[in-house]
Design a protein around this ligand. Structure first.
Ligand SMILES: *Cc1c(COP(=O)(O)O)cnc(C)c1O
Length: 395
């Protein structure tokens, strides 16, 4: 999965370009930077690759979500429909915006169930944030249609799915904005970084300003730039962007390698009677960073995860018990524990997150195991892994 597995001279060269100039900031210093604009270069190349009109590179995927929500005019008191299976950052960004996360169930895509989204819409709903979890896509066509019909803003959290697509169209390009993460363990990495893409120029300008204290970035004197709006500092440094430039150019290689490895493992799993693969609406667009499968029962899944670990098949996750990605293990979210009072604490239409009925999601997550697909596996590693998995799953 992670791009850090294949760091090489390419990343080193890009970083040295920046160090040689001493200009670590993405804006200004036009003379001193000697023609190196790493963040800008990344933005142009990602936008071109994904077929989006605009891209803003920022400090993290979490920042990208905050920027996208702000730029799409989602704020205090707005209801935003989110899945309970995601990285907690999706929820944090909604809370930071002053908005109310409304959890809707996932289906066997492990992403938002369009019917559950439809059922969760209220007169206060402003946006839907589907998360393309573990490298594969939601039923994004259906979710997009629903958002269009109900006049809801669609913001895709594609932080785990850069380069993934649905019927030939890249994930992140279906809604008003798409968000990506380039943190240290993502498919490609900047060390820390994130991006917002959009086709909407007004959304882009708001994002670009919001991420840098509201600066409009017009002209060549930072001190004379206008302030379009109240913003924040979500800037990425040129050092991080430089790593990303090299990594982005490896994306196609990474995806091809992952897909080939995943295909080999899936071929073996086809002979395992208890295993059902996660539903992938368009298998061709899968980024194959993870292989996720469902066992017949929760008990079998928990036992199988233990058996795989005992057999030396590393990198398998039973999310239902793991603290990372599922609401069941997020007491701080369910209790809205915070360092200081949040906007949501002042609102009176907030669901009781302790008593949510997410039984459909529980039933799916309780049966699900995900396995990381790694770039560093040799042919022998992969063959050995398949054999060990077969022993556990066919035995
Ligand atoms: C990683 C991730 C984020 C946040 O990205 P960071 O760069 O770590 O802040 C948001 N959503 C999902 C689904 C993620 O996997």
């Amino acid at each position: 999965m992670p791009g850090f597995e294949i760091f090489g001279d390419e990343e080193r060269r890009e970083v040295l370009d920046v160090l040689d100039t001493g200009v670590l900031m993405r804006y200004g210093f036009d003379q001193a930077r000697n023609g190196h604009w790493k963040a800008k270069t990344f933005e142009e190349e990602l936008a071109r690759k994904l077929g989006a009109n605009h891209c803003h590179l920022c400090s993290s995927g979490t920042a990208a979500l905050s920027i996208a929500l702000a730029a799409c005019n989602i704020g205090a008191g707005d209801e935003v429909i989110v899945p309970p299976f995601t990285f907690v950052a999706t929820i944090e960004a909604v809370l930071a915006a002053g908005a109310i996360p409304i959890f809707a169930d996932i289906d066997e895509t492990l992403c938002l169930d369009p019917e559950a989204v439809a059922a969760a819409v209220t007169p206060r709903t402003r946006a839907v944030v589907p998360v393309h979890m573990c490298g594969s896509m939601a039923r994004i066509d259906q979710i997009e249609k629903l958002c269009r019909e109900r006049e809801l803003v669609l913001v895709e959290d594609a932080c785990q799915a850069v380069g993934g697509s649905f019927q030939g169209k890249y994930l992140g390009t279906f809604g008003k904005a798409g968000c990506f993460s380039f943190d240290p363990v993502k498919t490609i990495t900047c060390g820390e970084g994130g991006a917002v893409i959009t086709d909407d120029k007004a959304v882009y300008l708001a994002a670009d300003a919001f991420a840098d204290h509201g600066h409009d970035h017009i002209g060549h004197d930072r001190g004379l730039e206008g302030h379009a709006l109240v913003g924040m500092n979500f800037r990425i440094s040129e050092l991080n962007a430089a790593v990303g430039v090299a990594q982005l150019r490896k994306l196609d290689f990474i995806l091809a390698k992952q897909r080939a490895a995943k295909d080999r493992i899936c071929a073996m799993l086809a002979d395992c009677p208890e295993v059902t693969l996660r539903e992938i609406p368009d298998p061709e667009g899968d980024t194959a960073t993870f292989l996720s499968f469902l066992m017949p029962t929760e008990d079998r899944a928990r036992q199988t995860a233990q058996d795989l670990a005992a057999a030396g098949v590393d990198g398998c996750f039973y999310w239902y018990d793991n603290n990372w990605h599922y609401i069941r293990q997020w007491p701080h979210i369910r209790q809205l524990k915070s360092a200081a009072r949040l906007p949501i604490h002042l609102l009176d239409t907030v669901p009781d997150y302790e008593t949510l009925d997410l039984s459909q999601s529980d039933a799916i997550m309780g049966r699900t195991i995900s396995m990381q697909i790694k770039l560093s596996w040799s042919e022998a590693d992969l063959a050995a892994r398949i054999e060990k998995m077969a022993n556990v799953l066919k035995g």
